[in-house]
Design a protein around this ligand. Structure first.
Ligand SMILES: C[S@@+](CC[C@H](N)C(=O)[O-])C[C@H]1O[C@@H](n2cnc3c(N)ncnc32)[C@H](O)[C@@H]1O
Length: 201
C-alpha cells in the first residue's frame, strides 16, 4: 500500500503542471484513436473506461467521438484537473485505485484502456490492473504505452520517477500473453505503441 500511496502522491504534487500538456496530449490521443480505428472495427464500441485517466486527455477524445465515457484515477488532484479541462463534455470521473476491485460490473464496458499507467506500477499492481481491465471489458483492452525502443531522455525521466519502466519494457509481452486470447502491437511513434488485447480472438 505504501508504494501505491507514494505513486499517487507524486501525481497529486505534479497535477497542475501535468495539466499544461493537456492539449498536446489530446492531439496525440486523437491520432492514437484514429490508428486504432484503422486496425480494429470500433463500430460496436459505445461505452468506454479509461483507467488512470490523469488529466482526462484520452477521455476527452472518447467523449468527442460520441462514446459514453468513464475515467478513474487514484489521484484526486489529477481528477480535479481532468474535470476542469474537460468542462462541457459528458464524462463520468471517479476516484478509485487499481489496488482494489474497480467499481464496475463484469463485461460492463465495450473497451477499457490505460495510457502510460502500466509502466509506472510495480508488477503485482500492474497485473491486478490488467486483471480488472480484463474483467470489466466485454472484449477489447488497450494499453497506450512505451515500446521497447529506448531513448536517453525517457530513461532519465523514468529513472527519476522510480516507476517500473525498465522491467516493463522487458516483461510486458510475456505478462499480457497469458491473460488475453490475442495481443497485437500497433506502433504510434518511435517509442510508443498501442497494445491491442482481446479476450476473444
Ligand atoms: C503517467 S500518468 C498518465 C495519465 C493519463 N493516462 C495520461 O495519459 O496522461 C499515470 C496516472 O496513473 C494514475 N495512477 C497511479 N497509480 C494508480 C492507481 N493505483 N490506481 C489508479 N490510478 C493510478 C496517476 O494518478 C496518474 O494520473
Amino acid at each position: 500500500m505504501e508504494v501505491i500511496d507514494k505513486h499517487t502522491g507524486l501525481f497529486d504534487k505534479i497535477a497542475n503542471m501535468y495539466g499544461w500538456f493537456f492539449h498536446k496530449q489530446r492531439k496525440g490521443y486523437e491520432i492514437a484513436l484514429k490508428r486504432l480505428d484503422e486496425t480494429e472495427d470500433l463500430s460496436s464500441i459505445s461505452k468506454v473506461l479509461d483507467v488512470g485517466c490523469g488529466t482526462g486527455a484520452l477521455c476527452a477524445v472518447y467523449a468527442k467521438n460520441g462514446f459514453q465515457t468513464f475515467g478513474i484515477d487514484s489521484s484526486q488532484k489529477m481528477l480535479m484537473q481532468a474535470k476542469k479541462r474537460t468542462k462541457g463534455l459528458s464524462i463520468d470521473f471517479q476516484q478509485a485505485s487499481v489496488a482494489n476491485d474497480l467499481p464496475f460490473e463484469d463485461s460492463s464496458m465495450d473497451m477499457v484502456s490505460a495510457s502510460f499507467v502500466a509502466h509506472g506500477l510495480p508488477k503485482d499492481l500492474r497485473l491486478k490492473m490488467l486483471g480488472e481491465m480484463n474483467r470489466i471489458s466485454k472484449n477489447l483492452v488497450i494499453l497506450v504505452e512505451f515500446n521497447q525502443t529506448r531513448r536517453w531522455y525517457i530513461d532519465l525521466i523514468e529513472w527519476a520517477e522510480h516507476g517500473d519502466y525498465f522491467n516493463f519494457i522487458r516483461t510486458i509481452d510475456s505478462e499480457l500473453s497469458p491473460i488475453f486470447a490475442s495481443v497485437k502491437k500497433v506502433q504510434l511513434n518511435a517509442t510508443s505503441c498501442i497494445y491491442v488485447c482481446k479476450k476473444i480472438r
